[in-house]
Design a protein. Structure first.
Length: 220
């Protein structure tokens, strides 16, 4: 049976690499947006991680006609009222780099004693007809006074994970995937993968029947 093409709805190579590593399966051919030509910009204007994850996955699935997996992840800092939250990737501006966002976070946290924070992740796996599966997980930690480590991406250099006594950026990809918000959500998805593949095949069979029915009606 042909492998299912699953598109990770991101151009972030760090994120894509993490997901590809975790979800490798003989029934799947995993791609990301870098494997396709220019696509319309995805508008991430949802007010929750769930909203944005589904918007990205659903839009990508409809545009490409393929199942798409999107994650919306972010950092919620207790002392900042949950900021940067859904704005994590653009905390310092629309085209902000990871370094820009980290620098702004350190400025906002200057002199703040309460350093509690958590990473949140919602995964949405959508098919072109709009149906979707959702997985979510969190990871508790704290914000460091200065960056540590050279691995990972995003806020990893500032996020301290107490059980391992390390910043996320000090962990290898394998270590991080065992404990991170995204890793935990992916682990849940991976544990369901055989069922998910059956679900995907059924969705495509239904879509094929629907298309055939529409063609027959147009020919009558």
């Amino acid at each position: 049976m042909d492998r299912i093409v699953l598109v990770i709805a991101t151009r972030n190579q760090g994120k894509s690499s993490e997901i590809r590593t975790f979800l490798a399966h003989p029934a799947l051919e995993i791609k990301d947006l870098n494997d396709f030509g220019p696509l319309p910009e995805i508008v991430e204007d949802g007010v929750t991680f769930d909203d944005n994850a589904y918007r990205k996955a659903g839009f990508t699935a409809k545009v490409l006609g393929l199942p798409a997996l999107a994650d919306d992840s972010g950092l919620e800092v207790e002392a900042l009222g949950g900021a940067p939250g859904v704005y994590s990737a653009r905390y310092a501006g629309t085209n902000a780099s990871d370094a820009d966002n980290n620098a702004k976070l350190l400025r906002e946290m200057a002199g703040v004693n309460n350093r509690k924070a958590r990473f949140c992740c919602v995964l949405s796996l959508a098919v072109p007809t709009g149906f979707a599966l959702t997985y979510e997980a969190n990871c508790e930690g704290s914000i460091l006074q200065a960056p540590r480590g050279n691995h990972g991406f995003g806020y990893d250099p500032l996020f301290y994970y107490p059980p391992l006594e390390k910043a996320f950026a000090e962990l290898t990809m394998e270590e991080k995937l065992q404990v991170s918000h995204r890793g935990r959500a992916l682990l849940e998805l991976r544990s369901d993968m055989d069922k998910v593949i059956v679900w995907l095949r059924k969705r495509f069979e239904e879509e094929a029947r629907l298309r055939l029915g529409n063609v027959c009606m147009q020919q009558q």
